[in-house]
Design a protein around this ligand. Structure first.
Ligand SMILES: [Fe+2]
Ligand SMILES: [Fe+2]
Length: 279
């Protein structure tokens, strides 16, 4: 997989709009049979290396947020320097994807914090620019420290993961109590968790959930890991589900006019965020 957007393009094939919420097992199998080799190779690496210890180490490395200080707009421009190896004519730039999601949310009349969430939701992908490999930035996320659900795409690739046979991590609840609440569960490492920590002081909890769990497809699309959900998680996942179509299906429409939209989004950013954030 040559660029981080390929995983998302692939998600769109896995969850086609018509099948929203009603995907059958056979469709899912067809998907697996037709997956591009590069995407399959990506899942193989992701599932092999996202162990409990790996996640702990990445959290220590990044969540002290001492890497740099920059504003949200600056982070958008930084992310936009991510070079995309695939077809430059059809692929949207990172800013275009973010604005497109935000514009679709705005067009549906949602509140300003929701529009802002669309605008920033993928900024955690700057991890790629810090030299992190793609399998540690994008991809479906899932809890670590407990058994990997068979609802995670390419579940069989977890056999190569050392935690697969761990006496505790391989049990259904692993190190967690039943219904412990996702805030107490370590998720596989990637752009969602990172951006959540950068932005959480400034956003309502609904937005925090959308950012933190937008790649947790096993949870919000496959209803896996329900034994770890708290009552609050169930309630707030309604917002994660509300957000998901804007992430997945707003991409193919026309390109947003970035220059024209910039003043509106700069105002929106300034309404919620200080001029500099810790990354
Ligand atoms: Fe994302
Ligand atoms: Fe996205």
């Amino acid at each position: 997989m040559s660029d981080p957007d390929q995983w998302e393009a692939d998600l769109e094939r896995r969850y086609p709009p018509a099948a929203y919420g009603e995907q059958s097992v056979s469709e899912f199998r067809n998907y697996q049979a037709a997956t591009r080799p590069s995407v399959k190779a990506f899942y193989r690496l992701n599932h092999q290396y996202q162990t409990f210890d790996f996640v702990k180490q990445k959290r220590e490395e990044f969540l002290s947020l001492k890497r740099r200080r920059m504003g949200v707009w600056e982070a958008m421009e930084f992310l936009n320097t991510l070079v995309d190896d695939s077809d430059p004519d059809t692929e949207l730039s990172q800013i275009e994807h973010l604005m497109q999601a935000a514009e679709a949310i705005r067009a549906d009349g949602h509140p300003r914090w929701f529009i802002l969430t669309g605008l920033i939701h993928d900024l955690g992908k700057i991890l790629c620019l810090f030299g992190e490999p793609q399998w540690a930035v994008v991809g479906d996320t899932f809890p670590v420290g407990c058994a990997y659900s068979d609802k995670v795409v390419y579940h069989e690739f977890f056999r190569a993961n050392p935690d697969w046979e761990h006496p505790i991590y391989s049990t259904q609840c692993g190190i967690y109590q039943r219904h412990v609440g996702l805030e107490n569960v370590m998720m596989s490492w990637g752009h969602d968790e990172y951006l959540y920590h950068v932005t959480k002081p400034y956003l309502p909890i609904e937005a925090q959930y959308m950012i933190r769990y937008h790649s947790f497809y096993p949870g919000h699309r496959e209803n896996a890991y329900q034994h770890l959900f708290s009552e609050q998680d169930h309630q707030l996942f309604e917002w994660v589900r509300k957000f998901n179509p804007y992430d997945l299906y707003s991409k193919s429409d026309e390109r947003p006019d970035v220059e024209k939209l910039t003043p509106f989004y700069m105002d929106l950013i300034a309404e919620f965020f200080p001029s500099q954030l810790a990354w």
